[in-house]
Write a protein that binds this ligand. Sequence first.
Ligand SMILES: *Cc1c(COP(=O)(O)O)cnc(C)c1O
Length: 390
Amino acid sequence: MTKMFNQDIVSSFENKETPFYYYDLSLLKNTLKQCAEAANPYKFHVHFALKSNFNQQILTIIKENGFGADCVSGGEIKKAVQVGFNAAQIVFAGVGKSDTEINYALDQNIFSFNVESVQELEVINELAAAKGKTAKVAIRINPNVDAHTHHYITTGLDENKFGINSWDLPLVAETLKKCAHLSFIGIHFHVGSQIMDMNVFKSLCIKVNEMQLWFEERGMPVKVLNVGGGLGVDYQNPDKNPIPDFKAYFKIFNDFLTVKPHQEVHFELGRALVAQCSSLISKVLYIKNGIKKNFVILDAGMTELMRPALYQAFHKIENLSKLESESQISYDVVGPICESSDCFGKEVALPETKRGDLIALRTTGAYGEVMASAYNLRPDIRHVFSEELS
Ligand SMILES: *Cc1c(COP(=O)(O)O)cnc(C)c1O
């Protein structure tokens, strides 16, 4: 087990202004390598979901490793293009694409629009016609598969706003046939995020098989099967499981998905590729002993890492200044922001903690830095890369 932090790394943090996101780039590169090595034997295509992390340096490394880009806004497409992702490897999802965003994506000749409603098909057709272009579209289908994850990050149930429900598919097929400026390339799914139960992906495969048959029976060849992302990571034991089991993950799709020779299988992974390579590093400002509780008050808050406040997410908390210590005290670890939800963990067992100690919030590479806000007029978020440590 290689730990993310040792005494040398912690010492090199001492003179840096906190809070900041620390990125272990060698862990990132190893993760990307293992993912590619697990996907390549099956010729699976993996796109990185930019919404989980759009740090320039991180994106550059991901692009250099051959991954495509999964974007959910015009801004993300722009960023992907700037970083140098190949337009033929950029896909665009999102339940509310604006005309400006669609026009921009058409100008960039992206690989495909993952379309989420009949009305959106009509709008893309109209905007493509005005440019004399044909837009490639995949239909995002709501698979009605329960991701068994937190309800805020479940997206694939009938009650969610994402995708097209199966009962609307006849209208979709009819619309596609009418729209001369759309080219139907395939079907797209995304069940949710932080999925640890591989049976969820098995259920998804069965759904995808059913759906591709539906289209092919109607004379609409399905070239691309896009199964989305959602593979989870071990938030409890980041040092023990720094890299997800990509082999087991891709094997499920190889075993249960019906793929014909002319078809391509696409994935859109976010969290699984970047979550573990980063920790948010913060300094203890104060220790406050209440009647029933001890509080550790950090210089990082929900403005730097919003996941705990937003969906009760767990991040492992470590006192880096007391790596060797054994005795533990229970603390509520909170931020400085004027909100009661600005709390990173209740009753967290930590060594006796003092003002000035360095604290790491682990597994913050996905949906961390990207969600930083200026609320309370907080300064811009900082980051430090392992390769620039002295
Ligand atoms: C968020 C998102 C992803 C990535 O999800 P992860 O859980 O980070 O892998 C993939 N596809 C779509 C359409 C998304 O919205």
